[in-house]
Design a protein around this ligand. Structure first.
Ligand code: HEC
Ligand code: HEC
Ligand code: HEC
Ligand code: HEC
Length: 245
């Protein structure tokens, strides 16, 4: 009995360390790495760290998490296709990538939010920062990361997005013409705002083209991926956009 209890306590400790070990891909936010309802004190809701119904920092997405003030860019100037790498400011760029980087660049505490329970929380509810392999774009340096906030050659044509146009050498036949048919999420930048959905000529990609932060029904694998992490089938995440056949 004692032995069994010790075994159970060990298991319980493991699950406390890895609270999201429970959630399967596509099963929703509860129990994932993005479920902050159980690890904050006092206990907030599952949406609080990212969205608020009132006093949002930005109307788009009713965003509640303090935005990063970093300016993001890549060390290289263009992709091999000749597309200029984008630059964007963490606190003004309208695409969802800036929202991800508000936590993932490691400059703002995970629990640093604007509004909850009718007031601005005095101190961050959860005073820790993202570090290690989960940190992306530290100090604004995006070098080494797949392009985001960038045009996608939608419909096998050059598109313009976030003031950037696919370059003359981007082999247009090398991309799937309509990746949204494969469960990939693309965005339109009409010059005024950025919104989900495709518009020929104005289509681009964000972090959320590959990941769904809610672990929603389009997620097929770990890391909130909209495709498979491994393999060589049509569901492999990379070939959902790149036509290398
Ligand atoms: C870790 C941060 C995070 C958490 C937690 C979170 N969201 Fe989101 N949410 C986002 C981001 C980023 C987007 C933009 C995603 C996109 O464009 O696909 C978004 C988009 C949305 C949208 C608009 C687009 C869509 O997918 O319909 C709704 C509605 C939404 N979230 C509701 C919720 C609700 C309700 C909860 C709590 C149950 C929640 N979110 C929890 C980050 C979060
Ligand atoms: C409120 C802060 C916050 C926001 C906003 C946020 N994340 Fe996270 N995310 C985290 C934390 C914390 C972790 C866990 C890090 C760790 O385990 O060290 C995480 C983990 C992840 C993981 C790994 C999941 C796993 O199961 O291991 C992915 C992928 C991810 N986030 C992508 C995103 C994307 C894409 C966005 C924007 C759509 C985003 N995140 C927005 C805080 C955030
Ligand atoms: C082109 C698709 C794609 C885009 C765009 C993308 N990711 Fe990922 N992401 C992946 C894949 C694939 C993995 C799994 C990498 C691995 O470990 O093999 C991953 C893993 C992660 C992880 C887990 C830790 C790690 O580094 O492996 C985090 C956190 C994450 N992504 C956040 C982001 C954020 C934030 C953005 C936007 C700045 C983003 N991703 C854009 C495909 C993408
Ligand atoms: C959402 C669609 C999408 C997905 C999914 C995607 N890519 Fe990309 N990829 C792009 C776009 C768009 C570009 C830049 C196009 C340009 O140069 O104009 C790009 C560029 C690249 C480049 C060229 C970078 C350079 O320096 O020129 C490589 C390599 C690459 N992707 C590999 C991958 C790998 C590996 C995966 C899977 C982990 C992946 N991509 C998933 C859309 C995607």
């Amino acid at each position: 009995m004692k032995k069994l209890c010790a075994k159970f306590a060990g298991l319980a400790a493991l699950f406390l360390l890895m609270p999201y070990a429970w959630a399967a891909p596509g099963d929703g936010i509860s129990g994932t790495a993005h479920d902050f309802s159980g690890i904050s004190s006092p206990q907030t809701g599952a949406c609080t760290f990212c969205h608020t119904p009132h006093q949002a920092q930005a109307q788009a997405l009713l965003w509640n998490h303090t935005l990063s003030t970093n300016n993001f860019s890549w060390l290289e100037t263009t992709t091999t296709g000749g597309t200029p790498y984008s630059t964007f400011a963490g606190d003004t760029y309208k695409g969802p990538t800036a929202k991800c980087l508000s936590c993932h660049d490691g400059s703002v505490a995970i629990g640093d939010i604007g509004w909850w329970n009718g007031g601005a929380p005095g101190a961050p509810l959860l005073n820790s920062f993202i570090t290690g392999g989960f940190q992306i774009g530290e100090g604004g340096d995006m070098t080494g990361n797949h392009p985001v906030a960038m045009p996608f050659p939608y419909g096998s044509a050059a598109n313009t997005y976030n003031s950037v146009t696919n370059g003359a050498s981007a082999l247009l036949s090398g991309w799937q013409p309509t990746p949204e048919a494969n469960g990939i999420k693309l965005y339109t930048d009409d010059g005024t705002s950025v919104f989900a959905g495709v518009t020929p000529g104005q289509t681009g990609m964000e972090c959320t083209s590959c990941h769904d932060p809610h672990n929603g029904s389009e997620v097929q694998d770990i890391f909130f991926l909209r495709g498979l992490l491994g393999g060589n089938t049509a569901d492999y995440i990379c070939v959902k956009c790149h036509d290398k056949g």
